[in-house]
Ligand binder design. Structure first.
Ligand code: AMP
Ligand code: MG
Length: 432
């Protein structure tokens, strides 16, 4: 059970941080990496903390360092099933015979004496009895008249795991800002920690604007399309561990838009909208933010995805993403996701994994923007990665995204790509 120690009020934006301190529209477009860095730098993690049990902690971010109160392992133990003996008794050549004086089981140590020339049968994980210091695996031992006969060629100290080999008592096992993966849950359990202090989940409101939008499950009026962005955003946010407040489709009126922002801002840390942020467009999102909050347009040299609006409304951060469904996903992964991770208090820098793959198809690309085409990559019979695009790459063609398993990342100055050329691919694994 989670015990929340905070109120529902989101943490206010810290004084001095102005996420709108940015280049105005019309200036030279920013490189994606720089835009991302600037945005992440403007974000202060949520203050709230709660204590959650390990089973509820997957994906959460540690609010404080976790120090170990134990050594892992706590006792010298055997890495093999075999025989524990004193290494000095190992034969330099030929064989040596050892009398077996007892057994050390995992969890049930041998407590008798072991003298020189004697050995103890030992199981994996069992305490290595004093004064022995070496384990010979059972496959290397011959039984002759009830004694263990061992040949030369072994090393003193082999197959013994020292105390604290994994984690030492007093060490920081996991630092504040660590996002908890399954392996890290295991590490916490290995030091006996059953519950951890994590930052509270960030709360994110999502709404769509546009009179052309209907929600899934509703009938479609002439000229309308179904809103897909709210649903893909919902999925991406849940994956990251955010709490999502779905405010639906907001009608294109000044009053409805203001009301949506006002109601969201008292409940959430971040508001994400899609569509209606192109320059010059008569839309109420921009107007509302200009009048009652702060908004800046980030012209980022990426495709799909420019421009992105960033700002705040009251205490809530604001991201205005482009309307096209593929643009929403691409800008979310490359801009909003790192911002949200910063909001969650995660301190590990985001380092996307890029692989080199041979492009099987011709790619159309104009220099001047970093492009994220959608592809399917696989290993060919010779073990080399080969990638092809997922059909039509229009920013509105969501199937290009749903059928892909990677982005094909084309650098700023790249032109058309001919088949057979090597390109960078960013696998979706771990992302989507
Ligand atoms: P906009 O940025 O508002 O001009 O929208 C660009 C394109 O994306 C238009 O074709 C819109 O109809 C479409 N679009 C905007 N919002 C959504 C949405 N929530 N779901 C699906 N398509 C959308
Ligand atoms: Mg629109």
């Amino acid at each position: 059970m989670a015990t929340t120690t905070t109120t529902r009020n989101p943490d206010p934006l810290p004084a001095g941080v102005d996420p709108c301190d940015l280049p105005a529209h019309g200036h030279k477009a920013l490189h994606l990496a720089e835009a991302r860095e600037r945005i992440v730098a403007a974000i202060v993690p949520v203050e709230g903390r709660e204590t959650v049990s390990l089973r509820s902690a997957l994906g959460r971010v540690l609010a404080a360092d976790v120090r170990s109160t134990v050594d892992v392992p706590t006792h010298r133990n055997s890495a093999m099933d075999g025989y524990a003996l004193t290494g000095a008794d190992l034969p330099a050549s030929g064989t040596a015979s050892f009398e077996i004086v007892g057994t050390s089981w995992a969890g049930r140590p041998y407590e008798g004496r072991v003298d020189r020339g004697q050995c103890v049968r030992i199981m994996t994980g069992a305490t290595v009895p004093e004064p022995t210091d070496t384990v010979v695996m059972q496959e290397h031992v011959r039984m002759v008249a009830g004694n263990a006969v061992i040949e030369s060629g072994h090393r003193i100290g082999q197959n013994v795991r020292p105390v604290g080999e994994d984690i030492r008592r007093g060490d920081v096992a996991l630092g504040a800002g660590t996002a908890l993966t399954p392996a890290r849950l295991g590490v916490l359990a290995s030091i006996g920690i059953g519950a951890v202090e994590v930052r509270r989940r960030p709360r994110v409101a999502v709404f769509s604007t546009g009179d052309e939008l209907a929600s899934a499950g509703e009938p479609l009026a002439p000229g309308q399309i179904y809103d897909s962005n709210r649903y893909s955003l919902h999925g991406m946010l849940l994956r990251l561990g955010a709490e999502v407040l779905d405010l639906g489709v907001i009608p294109d009126t000044r009053e409805d838009t203001l009301r949506a922002f006002e109601s969201a801002a008292t409940q959430v840390d971040m508001i994400i909208t899609s569509g209606g942020v192109s320059v010059g467009e008569a839309d109420y999102v921009t107007e509302t933010l200009e009048r009652h909050g702060r908004i800046g347009f980030w012209k980022v040299a990426m495709k799909p995805g420019k421009p992105i609006a960033f700002g705040h409304f009251g205490p809530a951060l604001f991201f205005g993403l482009p309307g096209n469904p593929v643009s929403v996903m691409v800008t979310f992964y490359h801009v909003v996701r790192p911002a949200l991770q910063a909001l969650m208090g995660a301190t590990e820098p985001e380092t996307p994994i890029l692989l080199r793959a041979t492009c099987a198809t011709r790619l159309r690309k104009k220099p001047g923007r970093q492009e994220f085409q959608r592809g399917v990559f696989e290993r060919d019979a010779t073990g080399k990665y080969v990638v092809r695009i997922t059909g039509h790459q229009g920013a509105g063609v969501l199937r290009s995204m749903s059928e892909a398993n990677c982005f094909i990342v084309l650098p700023l100055e790249q032109g058309d790509v001919e088949p057979g050329t090597e390109v960078d691919v960013q696998p979706f694994a771990g992302l989507v």
